[in-house]
Design a protein around this ligand. Structure first.
Ligand code: SF4
Ligand code: SF4
Length: 291
């Protein structure tokens, strides 16, 4: 195991780094999982072409934004991505809600994302101290939101697509990333001028771990969404955004934290993919039945 994996685990175990809110004794996130991809993985070029050739970054594009003038070949770079699972405490509380996020979820969305941001800086600094260039694409000033002709709301670098490329999971009907520890997660990534062993991608299709796409059944997230933003056709980003901006963010301000937070994620809890890859469970059940 590369030392960076242990470093990330140790950093996340420390409540000082990973508190649900300042002063809380509860962790924001459970133990992370970490994956690697080569900078010249053809998937990155495919994503650029597919999402938006004019704005979407390959690892090389992002690295060159951070280190202009530095001569680099894509194969010299690696992407490191991590999954930060919501804690059991947060997942259980969130699963009881039907229209508004629980307070723990809103804290993980706000303070937890600050943990994720600090983790990105920690990993980048870990390499910079060794004179190895590294950057966190979403923290670069050049990172921006954009509109994809094909997918609507998008950005220069997607953490979920980075994690997908690093073998950490596939997408669900609701657009969330279903990982081996489920879909109730947050995601982060950095790019490093160093080669790592890539993590095998245990899938060939981008929706492979979603029960609806794999088996033609489930759709529990459709019922969980109070905004009607998920259907058998997928995730309506506009409806989702409107519900969050016009309903839940105001609720968080008035009833929970005193300021607006884009918190919802009801489609990530009390669903079969909340804390596992549900297609794996079906395989296991089928194996059991064959005995
Ligand atoms: S709840 Fe079911 S249909 Fe929705 S993303 Fe999860 S596995 Fe797919
Ligand atoms: S985040 Fe909320 S509004 Fe958006 S799809 Fe999920 S449940 Fe629906």
């Amino acid at each position: 195991m590369d030392p960076i994996v242990t470093k990330i685990h140790n950093w996340m175990e420390n409540i000082v780094n990973n508190a649900l809110m300042p002063g809380s004794k509860l962790h924001a996130f459970a133990s992370p999982i970490i994956g690697f991809a080569r900078g010249d993985d053809p998937l990155f070029l495919f994503l650029k072409e597919d999402i938006g050739p004019a704005f979407y970054w390959t690892p090389e594009d992002a690295f060159k934004s951070a280190f202009p003038g530095k001569k680099i070949q894509p194969e010299e770079l690696s992407v490191i991505a991590w999954i930060l699972p919501q804690t059991e405490h947060t997942r259980i509380a969130h699963g009881k809600e039907t229209t508004m996020p629980c307070k723990e979820w809103s804290c993980a969305r706000h303070y937890g994302e600050k943990v994720n941001e600090k983790l990105r800086r920690y990993v980048v600094n870990h390499f910079l101290k060794q004179k190895i260039e590294a950057c966190a694409p979403v923290l670069l000033p050049e990172w921006s939101r954009a509109i994809s002709d094909k997918y609507g709301f998008a950005s220069s670098w997607s953490e979920r697509h980075a994690a997908y490329s690093c073998g950490l999971g596939t997408f669900g009907l609701s657009d969330g990333l279903i990982t081996s520890v489920g879909k109730a997660v947050r995601v982060g990534s950095v790019i490093v001028n160093k080669q790592f062993q890539p993590t095998p991608r245990d899938y060939t299709k981008h929706h492979q771990w979603c029960l609806y796409h794999a088996k033609g059944k489930c759709g529990v997230c459709i019922k969980r969404c109070p905004a009607g933003a998920i259907s058998e056709k997928g995730h309506d980003k506009t409806k989702c955004k409107e519900y969050i901006r016009q309903v839940t963010a105001l609720y968080v301000e008035q009833e929970q934290l005193g300021f607006k937070v884009n918190s919802c994620g009801l489609c990530q809890a009390k669903v079969p993919c909340e804390k596992i890859n549900p297609t794996l469970r079906i395989k296991e059940e089928m194996k059991d039945k064959s005995y």
